[in-house]
Design a protein around this ligand. Structure first.
Ligand code: ATP
Length: 326
C-alpha cells in the first residue's frame, strides 16, 4: 500500500476563478523522493500544504497510511505527527545557538540522550561546526540545513521541503542533494519537495510531478519524463527544449517536436537545413548558440566552442526529434 495517497484532490482559493489545485491524484511509497516541479503560481506549495494537512481539500481526500489527514479545523496543530514540513520562511530562533535550535525539539527527560542525538543529527547534515553560532550569523543555505536538522531530529517518516535549494549555490546544492538522498536511504524518510529548478528534480527524484495551472500534466520517473516529455510545457521546463513545427527539415509537418539544445549539431560543411548565426554566449561546459532557420530562433549547445560569427551561414543537423502531443 502507498504511504500517501491523494484521490482527486481540489482546493480553490477564490470562487469562480481557478487558483490552487484541481483533480490531483498521486501515490507516494515509503522512502521515495518526490519532486513537484512547475512554473511560479502553478500550485506546488498548495499541493505540499494539502499533503501536510495545513490546508483541507474542497473535494477529494488525502490519505496517510490509509487514513484521512486531519485539517486545521480538526486538529490544534495541523499536520500528521509523523510528517514535518520545512518552509521557506525562517522559523528558527534567530538569537539562539544552532545547537539549541535543534535540541529544543526534544524533551528534557534524558538530557544526555538529547545532547547526543542533537550532535548526531548535526553530523548527519554536516553542520556540527556551526553548533555554537547564532542563527543570525548564518548564511541562507546554512539556515536551511539547520531547519532541516530541526525537522529530522524528531524522526519524521515524511519530510516536506518547500524550495530547499532556493538559497544555495551550486556546491552546497550538491551537498544538500546528497543529504536528502541519505535521509531517504539510511533513515527511510519519504521526501516530498517543491522546486522550480528542473536540475534538482531530475538529479534526485524517484518520482517527478510536473504541475501547471493547478493540475498535474505529467508524472513519472525523471528520465522517462525528460526523454519523452509528450507536452511542450514539460520539454521546456525540463531542458529548455526548442519547440519546432512547420519547418522544412522536420520529419512531419503540422506536428510539433521537442529538440533539446544539445541534440542539434552545427557545421560549416553540411546539414539538413541552412541557418544564420544570431548570437553566441559562453556558458561554461558549452557555448549557447542561437541560430535562425526559416525565421525561427533555435537554441543550440556547442561543446566544441566553434568560433561562430554573428550573421554567418552554417548548417544544422538534428540528432533526435521527440514528437509532442497536439
Ligand atoms: N491563500 C491564498 N489565497 C488566494 N490565492 C492563493 C492562496 N495561496 C495560493 N493562491 C493562488 O493559488 C495558485 C497556486 O499558488 P502556489 O503558492 O501553490 O503556487 P507555487 O507553484 O507554489 O508558486 P511559487 O513557485 O511562486 O511559490 C496561485 O495562483 C496563487 O495566487
Amino acid at each position: 500500500m502507498s504511504l500517501i495517497q491523494l484521490k482527486n484532490v481540489s482546493k480553490n482559493f477564490v470562487e469562480g476563478i481557478a487558483s490552487g489545485v484541481s483533480g490531483i491524484s498521486l501515490e507516494v511509497s515509503e522512502g521515495e523522493i518526490v519532486t513537484i516541479l512547475g512554473e511560479s503560481g502553478s500550485g506546488k506549495t498548495t499541493l505540499l500544504k494539502l499533503i501536510y494537512g495545513y490546508l483541507i481539500p474542497q473535494s477529494g481526500e488525502v490519505l496517510y497510511k490509509g487514513e484521512k489527514i486531519k485539517g486545521p479545523s480538526e486538529k490544534l496543530i495541523p499536520g500528521h505527527d509523523e510528517m514535518k514540513m520545512v518552509t521557506q520562511e525562517v522559523t528558527l530562533n534567530l538569537y539562539a545557538r544552532v545547537f539549541d535550535n535543534i535540541a529544543s525539539q526534544l524533551s528534557n527527560t534524558d538530557l544526555q540522550a538529547k545532547s547526543q542525538l542533537t550532535l548526531q543529527t548535526m553530523e548527519f547534515l554536516r553542520i556540527e561546526h556551526l553548533a555554537e553560532k547564532k542563527i543570525v550569523e548564518l548564511s541562507g543555505g546554512e539556515q536551511q540545513r539547520v531547519a532541516i536538522a530541526r525537522a529530522v531530529i524528531t524522526e519524521p517518516k515524511v519530510l516536506l521541503l518547500d524550495e530547499p535549494f532556493s538559497q544555495i549555490d551550486s556546491i552546497l546544492k550538491r551537498q544538500l542533494r546528497d543529504d536528502i538522498e541519505r535521509l531517504a536511504k539510511f533513515l527511510k524518510i519519504t521526501v516530498i519537495m517543491v522546486s522550480h529548478d528542473p536540475t534538482d528534480g531530475l538529479a534526485l527524484s524517484d518520482q517527478l510531478l510536473i504541475v501547471k495551472k493547478g493540475k498535474i500534466v505529467r508524472q513519472g520517473h525523471p528520465r522517462n519524463l525528460y526523454l519523452h516529455p509528450q507536452k511542450a510545457y514539460v520539454a521546456s521546463l525540463l531542458g529548455k527544449a526548442n519547440l519546432l513545427k512547420n519547418l522544412s527539415f522536420l520529419p512531419k509537418q503540422e506536428t510539433e517536436f521537442a529538440v533539446y539544445p544539445h541534440q542539434i549539431k552545427l557545421s560549416y560543411t553540411s546539414g539538413s537545413a541552412e541557418a544564420i548565426v544570431k548570437s553566441t554566449h559562453f556558458s561554461g561546459a558549452f557555448q549557447e548558440v542561437e541560430v535562425v532557420v526559416e525565421s525561427k530562433i533555435i537554441l543550440v549547445h556547442d561543446p566544441e566552442f566553434t568560433p561562430f560569427v554573428n550573421g554567418e551561414k552554417v548548417f544544422l543537423d538534428v540528432l533526435h526529434y521527440e514528437e509532442l502531443e497536439q
